[in-house]
Design a binder for this molecule. Sequence first.
Ligand code: CTP
Length: 447
Amino acid sequence: MRKVITYGTYDLFHEGHRRLLERAKKLGDYLIVGVTTEAYDEVRGKLNVRQSLMERVAQVQASGLADEVIIEEYEGQKINDIQKHNVAIFAIGSDWLGKFDYLNDYCEVIYLDRTKGVSSTELRNAEGILNIGIAGTGRIAKRFVSEARFVSGVDIIGAYSRNSANVNNFVNEFELALPANNYNELLDSVDAIYIATPHNTHKDYALKALNRGKHVLCEKPMALTEACVAELQCAAANNNVVLLEGIKTAFSPGFNRLITYAKSGVIGKILAVDATFTKLTDGKPRELQKKQGGGSFFELGSYPLLVILKLLGKDYSKISAVQYLPDNAEVELYSRVEVLYPNAIGSARTGLGVKSEGDLVISGTKGYIYVPAPWWKTEYFEVRFENSNENRKFFYKFDGDGLRYELANFVNMIRAKKMQTYQLSFDDTKWIARVLEQSQSHMHVIK
Ligand code: CTP
């Protein structure tokens, strides 16, 4: 029997997929189709897949062309599959021409002409491109435009900032169509808005956008108080639009694996989570200014609080905090916030102009997990035990600055009309805002 194998995502199964499978099947007597997992697609940069793995598998099966469907989970799996299933021919569309020549060592490689005029990307985009505007033209806004190029189905069309010279420079630098003269002009031209203004202004920008029926992706912290976050969430629900806080770590593949792995019981009961994020600063950026909602904990605390929340839950009993606030500074430059639970403790440390090891340690009764700096861009973690022979290392891909994961998630929510995501629910965002707010009133100050 001559076995043929082929692989793909098969999102929104279309005529091009069907024709490829038909021709692949004719090359032999038995066709094996490999369908990629969500995790593998994320790793290879395909961030906008619409359908779940099970839906995609069901469609390939329903085509009646596959004799066997397998799941493709990791880079290099094709070599194993070909040997394991004793495959004679590997077939793939001509968009991959030359890319799989290395498989010639294991079987015959055939590139089949791609069907013209149809692709999953086009079908996804047929629902229309999502036009996004940016409020704010600072450092993070610049990174966002660069990262958006990796997410299909979106177009960053313009920007607004109070300083019109900044807007003009920004749109020129990134070749955007609309240098908005005022915020309303930007809102009128977009489906969604990314808010990257100083923290103290997030709420007003977000509220205006939501009340005009625009989806909002808002940089962290979404607002400076829990009440403001709740008000925004209400506005989002009333206007039936998506509101998401931009804590990029929450959407990255490695971080999600880390959380589920830690929660699986492998290190026993989790007793402590210690997470640090510090940054050195130049000059007097907005994060060092009181009126702009600055301070190390407002600037960076969302990341350690996210991991504490995900691992220890919402029901803490007390918060205790120490901050370093020298006489010549407007805002605290280092914070150590302890979130105390009945049976566990979370410790969040942040610094601006104070540098420390930016790692994450999750301590359990059977072992611990160590994530080296920068743990908030989780690429690697190690599970360690008393008996070091049992230690294990895990590696993941984290592309670019990571904003692409948060944007892809935001876009997928809008497309699927899903108002909340388990990765960062409304309650999660509110909890983080609550601890940020409460920590300020429980501070013990050192000078
Ligand atoms: N394919 C094809 N003709 C098309 C589209 C896809 O022959 N018009 C082939 C691909 O070359 C591949 C298989 O179908 O061998 C599965 O491709 P997949 O990546 O799932 O589909 P695309 O439509 O190319 O997806 P995307 O637009 O997301 O890249």
